[in-house]
Design a protein around this ligand. Structure first.
Ligand code: 5GP
Length: 115
């Protein structure tokens, strides 16, 4: 059996984090090491998918729900504009292999892709 991810442990209450928004399938927290003035993580409650490519193939409706929730929290916690990032693979900076979207916002307009 594989170890539960840090996000599963947060969902279970084993690691503290404020849940900013939640649906039946998805929850949102602040990133512990923010890379932008607004830096949220949109995370499926299920840890079944390691990355966005697996999620898109296995449950495209859940991926669409993540995008919809990203928009909602970008409005609720920022100015509504946001960058949506899925690091995919260790070489691209993925460190948690439980799919999640980074919602980045605030002062990004003049930055190049990736800030
Ligand atoms: P990745 O590098 O896999 O794309 O993103 C994982 C993100 O999870 C990182 O940006 C990291 O800062 C964040 N993170 C890791 N552990 C924790 C934690 O315990 N709490 C919160 N809120 N974020 C975490």
């Amino acid at each position: 059996m594989t170890e539960p991810s840090v996000f599963t442990r947060i969902l279970r209450g084993e690691i503290p984090a404020e849940i900013l928004a939640e649906t039946e399938n998805v929850f949102v927290i602040r990133d512990i090491a923010p890379q932008a003035p607004l830096h949220l993580l949109v995370i499926p409650k299920s840890g079944d998918y390691r990355d966005v490519t697996e999620l898109a193939a296995g449950d495209p409706a859940l991926l669409a729900e993540m995008v919809a929730i990203a928009k909602r929290v970008a409005i609720d916690y920022g100015d509504g504009d946001f960058r949506l990032v899925f690091n995919t693979g260790a070489g691209a900076g993925q460190t948690v292999f439980h799919v999640h979207a980074h919602v980045l916002g605030g002062g990004l307009a003049e930055g190049s892709l990736g800030g």
